[in-house]
Design a protein around this ligand. Structure first.
Ligand code: SF4
Length: 65
């Protein structure tokens, strides 16, 4: 299953090239956007709880870049 927001996810659009390494990007995608931690993605949680789009810098882990 892939997150429905993946193609347009503001976080990855902005940070894909500047995340620490390609491996780091891949790990986030595998665990969150395509994987078992999707339901715990901080971006999805933020949007659900606040009813607004999360800040672009909020990572799926919940850290601000
Ligand atoms: S970071 Fe979160 S909102 Fe963005 S594509 Fe991945 S799971 Fe979806």
């Amino acid at each position: 299953m892939i997150c429905e927001k993946f193609e347009k996810c503001a976080f990855f659009k902005k940070h894909k090239k500047v995340l620490g390494s390609p491996q780091q990007y891949q790990l986030l995608v595998e665990h969150y956007c395509h994987g078992p931690l999707m339901s715990r993605c901080a971006r999805l949680t933020y949007e659900k709880e606040k009813g607004e789009k999360p800040p672009v810098n909020l990572s799926p882990i919940g850290e601000y870049m």
